[in-house]
Design a protein around this ligand. Structure first.
Ligand code: SAJ
Length: 449
């Protein structure tokens, strides 16, 4: 049964907005499985909206941090909520047995060979299944490729619970859309997409989300469409970043400032969406999710050439960044071997403390392989720093590579850098004011400028 009604070339999605009465929320217990950057904000929001909430995570260190209310990357509001939260945090899966709604928000990484690593999701599904009660609703928010819900998760839930999906329990997929560090969009305000096999499951899930969120909830025809939405969103972003990264390497040869070109192209009010070149693509989503789609399509007889090429281009950007440094040092009469280089930024994106899949680590590896001596500094990940302060870091080096556009690094003017006798700067995130460097003694190179 299709849920979408096609009224024009583009199928019109049905939007549903109706809320569950507040008193019924109090009677409902929501269990969030996985308390990371997706699950924890959702748990706090559910409690704020009147649900009884259980927070389950296998990581005792994470649970300890939660109990002491010291968790990075939460908004101020979420930090405040956490301090007074009545959420039951536990790593004992038996706490799940009372849940009316169980939402799985565990990581879905890839192995070294880029194939999907579903171990966390399978383990979570087993824990949920073992405690699943009749009539409960299970929602997967973890990002997965089409087919995972039906071919992996539901069989585990049925096998471990002895219950039958759609007869004894409800099931839906609602891919998470959290954007860490985003001050404009929070879990409450980001529109969501829900897919399920049957109308009862879909309605149960839509009921829940419309009673918790302040954003639109749209439905798609089935689980595979819902799984595909997130894959498409993030592959879209990855290929667009690869597009500007390839342009950057070309325009560096042509001596054209790609940043200026993108800014000018952005004045076109339709048909163009700005993305920006950089030293690589990090994080738990963008560089990972396309591999799930590539892998599943390959297993079903299709090879994604374009999406794969985009991944290769983006994975090559750390190497390109090191080449930019090598070329700049040659102008200063030096080579990478023996060079003292500050690597500024380890996080995968601006002003967050998350370094997963960060290109900075690949840059570090390549610099060390080339014989350079690197000094790391990231104001958000101090445990990895070689010196306590940015000043001490700059005092110990002769050149700089910026791998993350943290706000702190944008204060680095040529005057400041010259005080530390730094004469080469590679701006891997194009976050400094290039024009200021043209009249300085410093060799400045960006990515695509
Ligand atoms: N990056 C570029 N150029 C760009 C944009 C990003 O090189 O134009 C790099 C970043 O430096 C970073 C990586 O790509 O290393 C990922 O950046 P991101 O802004 O996409 O950050 P994420 O990974 O937190 O992406 C999240 C995603 N949200 C979800 O998956 C739910 C993504 O779908 C969002 O599009 C993205 O936030 C967003 O728009 O900010």
């Amino acid at each position: 049964m299709s849920n979408t009604t096609t009224t024009s070339a583009r199928p019109k999605l049905r939007t549903t907005r109706h809320s569950t009465a507040k008193q019924s929320r109090k009677e409902q217990t929501v269990a969030i499985v996985g308390l990371g950057y997706v699950g924890l904000p959702l748990a706090l929001l559910c409690e704020e909206r009147g649900f009884g909430v259980i927070g389950f995570d296998v990581d005792q260190a994470k649970l300890n941090a939660l109990k002491s209310a010291s968790v990075p990357d939460l908004s101020l509001h979420e930090q405040t909520r956490l301090k007074k939260a009545k959420i039951k945090f536990s790593n004992n899966q038996r706490v799940l047995k009372d849940a009316d709604i169980v939402i799985v928000c565990v990581p879905t990484p890839v192995f070294e060979d880029h194939t999907p690593d579903l171990r966390p999701l399978k383990s979570a599904s087993r824990s949920v299944g073992l405690q699943l009660k009749k009539g409960a609703l299970v929602i997967i928010e973890s990002t997965v490729n089409p087919g995972v819900c039906e071919e992996v998760v539901i069989p585990i839930l049925e096998r471990t619970s002895g219950l039958k999906v759609e007869e004894d329990f409800y099931f839906a997929h609602c891919p998470e859309r959290i954007n860490p560090g985003d001050v404009n969009f929070s879990v409450a305000t980001i529109p969501r997409v829900v897919g399920a096999r049957t109308k009862p499951s879909r309605d149960r899930a839509v009921n829940f989300y419309t009673s918790v969120l302040d954003a639109e909830v749209v439905t798609v025809s089935d689980l595979k469409e819902a799984e595909s939405v997130k894959m498409v969103e993030n592959a879209f972003r990855d290929i667009n970043i690869a597009f500007v990264n390839e342009l950057a390497m070309s325009f560096d040869k042509l001596g054209i400032d790609l940043g200026h070109v993108i800014d000018a192209a952005s004045t076109k009010p339709f048909g163009f969406m700005a993305h920006y070149p950089g030293c690589g693509v990090g994080g738990h989503c963008i560089p990972v999710d396309p591999y799930y789609l590539i892998d599943y399509a390959k297993k079903n007889g299709f090879s994604h050439k374009f999406i794969k090429s985009a991944r290769e281009i983006n994975n090559n950007m750390p190497d390109y960044t090191v080449r930019r440094l090598r070329q700049a040092l040659e102008l200063a009469g030096r080579s990478l071997s023996g060079e003292r280089v500050a690597l500024l930024g380890l996080a995968y994106k601006k002003d967050v403390a998350d370094s997963r899949e960060s290109p900075a680590f690949v840059i570090a590896e390549k610099l060390i392989e080339a014989g350079a001596h690197i000094v790391r500094y990231d104001p958000f990940i101090s445990k990895e720093n070689d010196y306590l302060t940015l000043q001490d870091t700059l005092s110990a080096v002769d050149s700089v590579v910026i791998a993350t556009d943290h706000s702190l690094f944008k204060t680095l003017t040529p005057e400041i850098l010259e005080q530390y006798e730094i004469d080469v700067v590679i701006d891997g995130r194009n976050c400094l004011d290039k024009d200021q460097f043209t009249t300085s003694s410093i060799v400045y190179r960006g990515i695509g400028r």
